[in-house]
Design a protein around this ligand. Structure first.
Ligand code: ADP
Ligand code: ZN
Length: 736
């Protein structure tokens, strides 16, 4: 019987017919009530097939009936799927994320929903073993090979048998027909092997051992807590949290490690495997359907004890979660901007709270938010102040581009070129960092001044010279690189303006023809394999100079890399982004950390037009605390996060007039209290994106205001026309 309903005798809908609420993985406002057929056993969390209009859908039983529709009008559940129900923790998490982000639970449930075939148990495998002895069996050499290998009681699949004995499937079939082999079905083996917890980790330094011990105690306490592991790159943060992983696994708890997608490198996986003997389960957007299904199931059934994944792994059906690790916690890539806008780090902390589990945040450059949480004693912090093995931090200097003469089409200063030559002569490796894909960010006509823009975005097209195309980095639109100006139709007047990584490569090839130069960007790395090959090449010393975008900045450990050159350090500072300085500091610090990670000391040269900027000053002096003090002061006095709250409304429509009218209507009924301010409407910096005209409003409130009810009341006053959209972004990180 369905207990929840039996207890529920006071509400009018508790009639003889049983009903439950079912959440559907669609953005509609659910859940909806359905009848439970008399012979069906239904529990909250059960996956069910239900009719919706003319469609058949899969949903999740959410709880007691809402009672808003007369039971007589309800339709029955069609089928209960025989699978491990969605854990209560996940259902609570879905509701929580929905309420916080102002989405519907259905939209969030969609991220937690398996594909239907993940719920069907894997097909059993057919294996063969010796049957009862058959008299007068004709024995051929092939038959004998099969029989002898099975004689010690083994059961093997046809494939394994064929591989081990070299016989054809006909031989096996013949033996079955003759009755000499029994064919039977056994459950498929679990997809993930258990990590080897008896393997010793490395011998830890004193500071590392202390940190590991602290985390171990957190795990044994079985309580929610957040601990920041704050250590320079190469200090052994990963080794330390591996110890925490080992103790959580020893306690038979599941572990989730979140990495920004870009840091999910083969190197990280290899390190895990070296430590624990087996690879972890992984979860990211590039998984195949089959991998997705297998992994989802393995988490639900408890076979996958550890998952390392991108933020979407938060919605996997862990039922025994005992530790959550967020590596590179400062990464803004944890923020999801499409669909439900949520911050992976913040929601991971919520998820851990629901599971009553400790959280470990790791970073060499913790975010300002996290630093403030440490100073408020909400988070604890562990410091690993030194690089492991005595490696020293690199020396960092700026190259003042205001006083550097560069001929046309040169972007790398003589000073940096000289340093590159020195490094290579010494048999060392170097890295050049420029956070811009392609060859040039702008193509301009020298004759008429026309700039080639994307037809559906307010953005220039980036030239990709290798592929001979112009491409929009916002919507993906691309055209073959034109030879005549699309506006004045003159030939040979188009010029590339500004550098991307491809152009830096061209420059290096012409300046240092002997050097072996490689380029690593999301355009050149198609999938994890090509990235792995590339990383191997660097590790094996097959490359002298590595040029790349932020893809090269993270996680890699190249012992022989001693020089890092930053081609344009000012790139991220432009624009009105609240976190521009912080983010620039973090990425440059991160890239700098690639230099001199082993015995040989590293050096970093930063090309900048603003050497006196606080970001550059902090990098050169190593005085990070001073920089964050200034940033904190600025945020505090301005009432910006984390000292105040922000929510953005992004209004979009194909019709510019509709977008304007809607944003003005919203502005007219904006909440107005002493502790809430609404800024805008203003055209978004990307005022046109994929053909949509975009306007922004920003709600800024003091910290003690719960912005969700305020926003709900505000939005309720407006009817959004069908040809427009209002997207709500709580705690926005992108202001484009
Ligand atoms: P972080 O995560 O702080 O950047 P890592 O954990 O990646 O640092 O450590 C940097 C390098 O030093 C890695 O190659 C790691 O294997 C090595 N290392 C760190 N701690 C130890 C240790 N205690 N014993 C041996 N090697 C270590
Ligand atoms: Zn575009």
């Amino acid at each position: 019987m369905y207990r929840m309903l039996q207890d529920d005798t006071t509400t009018p809908h508790a009639t003889n017919a049983r009903a439950v609420s079912v959440m559907l993985p669609t953005p509609v406002v659910g859940p909806y009530d359905y009848l439970v057929p008399g012979d069906m056993d239904i529990e909250p969390g059960d996956y069910v097939h239900i009719p919706l209009g003319k469609r058949d859908m899969m949903g999740v039983v959410w709880g007691p009936a809402m009672g808003d529709v007369d039971t007589a009008k309800l339709r029955p559940i069609e089928q209960r799927i025989d699978a491990t129900p969605m854990p209560e923790q996940i259902r609570r998490f879905v509701d929580w994320v929905a309420a916080y982000t102002l989405s519907t639970s259905g939209a969030v449930l969609r991220m937690a929903m398996p594909s239907p075939d993940a719920l069907t148990p894997p097909k059993p495998v057919v294996v063969f073993q010796l049957g009862t002895p058959v008299e007068n069996l004709r024995i051929t050499p092939a038959r004998e090979r099969v029989l002898s290998i099975l004689r010690d009681g083994l059961a093997l699949s046809a494939g394994d048998l064929a591989r081990k004995t070299g016989v054809s499937s006909g031989v096996i079939k013949g033996l079955v027909t003759a009755g000499a082999l029994d064919k039977l079905e056994v459950p498929a083996p679990p997809p993930f092997e258990d990590p080897d917890l008896l393997r010793p980790g490395p011998e830890l330094s004193e500071a590392q051992a202390r940190a590991a011990q602290f985390l171990r105690e957190k795990i044994l306490s079985n309580a929610f807590s957040v601990t920041l592991v704050d250590g320079v790159t190469g200090s052994g943060k990963t080794e330390v949290y591996f110890e925490a992983v080992a103790s959580a696994l020893t306690e038979s708890r599941q572990v989730l490690v979140l990495l920004p997608e870009i840091a999910l490198t083969p190197q990280w996986l290899r390190r895990f495997e070296e430590r624990f003997g087996v690879p972890p389960a992984v979860w990211h957007s590039d998984l195949s359907q089959v991998q997705r299904r297998v992994t989802w199931r393995a988490v639900a059934t408890g076979n996958a004890q550890i998952v390392v994944g991108a933020r979407s792994a938060l919605f996997l059906p862990f039922d025994e979660l005992g530790l959550v690790i967020i590596d590179e916690e400062h990464e803004s890539a944890f923020k999801q901007e499409e669909g439900v806008s949520y911050h992976g780090r913040d929601m991971a902390i919520v998820r851990a709270q629901i599971a009553n589990a400790p959280v470990v945040l790791a970073s060499a450059t913790p975010s300002l938010e996290t630093r403030v949480n440490v100073s408020r004693d909400r988070f604890q912090s562990l410091l690993l102040p030194e690089r492991f093995g005595g490696a020293v931090m690199p020396s960092i200097n700026t190259v003042d581009m205001r006083v550097t003469d560069l001929s046309a089409n040169r972007f790398v200063s003589d000073k940096l070129v000289k340093a590159l030559q020195e490094a290579i002569t010494a048999g060392e490796q170097a890295m050049l960092f420029l956070n811009r894909r392609g060859y040039a960010p702008l193509t301009l006509c020298r004759t008429c001044g026309h700039r080639i823009e994307c037809p559906s975005c307010a953005a220039w097209l980036t030239e990709h010279r290798f592929r001979k195309r112009l491409q929009c980095h916002h919507c993906g639109y691309q055209v073959p690189s034109p030879s005549i100006c699309p506006s004045c139709e003159n030939a040979d007047t188009l010029v590339a303006c500004g550098p991307g990584v491809e152009r830096i490569q061209e420059e290096m090839v012409s300046l240092m023809p002997e050097a072996r130069i490689g380029i690593m960007t999301s355009d050149t790395m198609r999938g994890p394999e090509s990235a792995q090959k590339f990383i191997r090449a660097v590790e094996d010393g097959d490359l002298d100079i590595l040029i790349g975008t932020q893809m090269v900045a993270k996680g890699h450990h190249f012992p022989n890399l001693t020089l890092v050159g930053i081609v344009d350090a000012d790139l991220g500072l432009a624009g009105g982004d609240l976190r521009a300085a912080e983010r620039t500091y973090q990425i440059l610090q991160q890239v700098s950390g690639r230099a001199g990670r082993a015995e040989r000391p590293g050096r970093v040269l930063i090309q900048t037009f603003q050497p006196e900027h606080p970001v550059m000053a902090a990098l050169v002096s190593g005085n990070e605390d001073r920089f964050f003090e200034l940033e904190t002061e600025a945020r505090k006095s301005g009432g910006w996060p984390p000292f105040g709250r922000l929510a953005a409304l992004i209004i979009s429509s194909r019709d510019a007039r509709v977008a304007d009218e809607l944003s003005q209507a919203l502005a007219r009924c904006a909440p107005s209290t002493p502790d809430i301010r609404v800024l805008g409407p203003a055209p978004a910096p990307l005022s046109l994106l994929r053909g949509q005209h975009r306007r922004r409003l920003l709600l800024k409130a003091s910290r003690d205001v719960a912005v969700q009810p305020v926003l709900r009341a505000w939005l309720a006053q407006i009817k959004v026309p069908s040809n427009a959209r209002v997207r709500v972004d709580i705690d926005p990180y992108s202001f484009l």
